[in-house]
Design a protein around this ligand. Structure first.
Ligand code: B12
Length: 221
């Protein structure tokens, strides 16, 4: 079996030490870190599908998540190394919305934004809507990124936008939303500025947004 297949299988089976070692091996043979992350993402989503079909249960999903996080450890420095000497493109405050503990995808988005020259403040998971805004004001962020992995927590993204409107701050920040159940339609419905399906697309969209000047630096508010 190929190295990448073995790595994905180790993550799906929740074997964290094996996943770590295989990910190290993948970096040692100079596999593209983004391709590896992509394959791991498909693998862990497969575990989610099995969970939904009740073929596996919460403990298995937890082990797979731990193995995925372990596998990302040796990969992250290879992503990070590309960022040296890059000029800062903008400041992003990112987190997973209140009531939602899923943070692997948000972590990858944060990592990739950093690699590509953004300053990133990662607030973690289960973040209250107002806390996103307070932090964004404190660090003079250009962008607020909100992740939601469950249909039940998606309204947390809407809440951030509503509070920004109520505070008269809506124009000050570019709000980008993401997470598996989140779609372009949802982003439009709640009045977000953008939606991205994955981390690489998020980088491209936000680079474009910064060029267009939407964000803290581009506003007189
Ligand atoms: C791993 C996992 C967990 C782990 C999370 C560990 C952690 N620290 O993050 C654990 C085991 C803790 C967990 C718990 C639960 N989970 Co869970 N979990 C998953 C699983 C299998 C994978 C999620 C993941 O990490 N994907 C890998 C990453 C790389 O992908 P991603 O998150 O989608 O991120 C990418 C994009 O979406 C995007 N993106 C993500 N965030 C953002 C943000 C921005 C700003 C942008 C632009 C883009 C972006 O870019 C990322 C990189 O490409 C999913 C299945 C799935 N299909 O998503 C279920 C899933 C999300 N979980 C689910 C459920 C039900 C639960 C629990 C309620 C289970 C329970 N009975 O307790 C709890 C929830 C607890 C809570 N209150 O949050 C359901 C949700 C169903 C729903 N209601 O919508 C899913 C879909 C599984 C299923 N099919 O039933 N879970």
């Amino acid at each position: 079996m190929e190295l990448l297949e073995r790595l994905v299988e180790a993550v799906e089976d929740g074997k964290d030490e094996e996943a770590f070692a295989l990910a190290q091996g993948a970096m040692a043979v100079k596999m593209d870190p983004l391709e590896v992350v992509d394959a791991l993402t498909k693998g862990i989503r497969e575990v989610g599908d099995r969970f939904e079909r009740m073929e596996v249960f919460l403990p298995e999903m937890m082990l797979a998540a731990r193995a995925m996080q372990k596998a990302l450890e040796p990969i992250a420095p290879y992503l990070e190394r590309q960022s040296e000497g890059r000029e800062k493109k903008g400041t992003v405050v990112i987190g997973t919305v209140e009531g939602d503990v899923h943070e692997i995808g948000k972590h990858i988005v944060a990592l990739l934004l950093e690699v590509n020259g953004f300053s990133v403040y990662d607030l973690g998971s289960d973040v209250n809507a107002l806390d996103f805004i307070k932090r964004a004001q404190e660090v003079k962020a250009d962008i607020i990124g909100a992740s939601a992995l469950m249909t039940t927590t998606m309204p947390g993204q809407q809440e951030i936008i509503e509070i920004l409107r109520d505070m008269g701050l809506r124009e000050r920040f570019h709000v980008i939303v993401g997470g598996t159940p989140v779609t372009q339609d949802w982003a439009e419905e709640i009045g977000a500025d953008s939606w991205a399906e994955n981390a690489a697309t998020a980088v491209a969209i936000l680079e474009e947004a910064m060029i267009e000047g939407r964000g803290y630096a581009g506003t007189t508010l």
